[in-house]
Design a protein around this ligand. Structure first.
Ligand code: 3SL
Length: 232
């Protein structure tokens, strides 16, 4: 049986081997929710960058620049980090250069994996189905917040462990803990997360509708896959 593990923070990546695994990168609030939404609405590709400068270098070179630092759109960028921005018709068929505080850093730290895919509640079941199409072991990499663990990414990891429980076996206690947490939270995740650090951070920016949307399961069936540094 294949195994599933959960890396609760990118700072713990040194503990995991990735060359033989499919890595699911997750940043529920809000990077990977934006990426999922963008592909569901017809974006051609997203190139994720850890550094803002690398992203900016592609501005006016056929790319929309997108992302945030500390939750706020970067000055000079075309788009911020709300999933609703990625539903815009004008983005259909376009390329995006994307950088965020945690999400794109987690992707950078996962390089070297057998395969890297993007997960969010919005494409939860599609990700689970995708993971069943090969024999690779699975590692969920939670983006967290600046190296610290967060609840929402852990809940996603738990939801995935729950969905895959007949087909995978946990590698250590992190997937088991995430699964317990998810089962406790699943009936009302918005309420469960109301005192979480990132929800409090985003609430200051007045973006409750982003939070609600990002916690909605199975809105989309797309599964973005990273190939040669580009998500498509
Ligand atoms: O850190 C990230 O990648 C972001 O998604 C953070 S925020 O939701 O835009 O604050």
């Amino acid at each position: 049986m294949k195994t599933i593990d959960v890396c609760l923070s990118p700072e713990l990546m040194h503990l995991y081997t990735v060359h033989d695994r499919t890595v699911v990168v997750v940043d529920i609030l809000r990077a990977t929710s934006c990426m999922t939404t963008a592909f569901a609405h017809g974006i051609a590709s997203i190139t994720p960058f850890a550094k803002m400068e690398d992203c900016l270098a592609l501005k006016d070179k056929g790319y929309f620049t997108a992302g945030e630092r500390d939750g706020k759109k970067v000055e000079g960028f075309d788009l911020g980090n709300s999933p609703f921005e990625y539903m815009d018709e004008k983005l259909k068929g376009q390329k995006i250069a994307f950088t965020t505080t945690n999400g794109t850093q987690a992707i950078a730290k996962s390089i070297g994996a057998q395969e890297i895919i993007i997960g969010s509640f919005l494409n939860l079941s599609a990700v689970a189905d995708y993971l069943l199409t090969d024999a690779n072991n699975v590692l969920v990499v939670c983006a967290g917040w600046k190296g610290r663990v967060n609840l929402e990414d852990t809940l996603f990891a738990g939801a995935l462990v729950e969905l895959l429980k007949e087909h995978t076996q946990p590698d250590c206690d992190a997937p088991v803990a995430a699964q317990h947490l998810y089962n406790q939270a699943k009936h009302d995740m918005v309420d469960f997360l109301k005192d979480s650090s990132h929800v409090r951070r985003l609430a200051k920016l007045n973006i409750y509708k982003d939070i609600q949307f990002c916690l909605t399961a199975d809105q989309y069936t797309v599964v973005p896959v990273l190939k040669d540094g580009v998500l498509a």
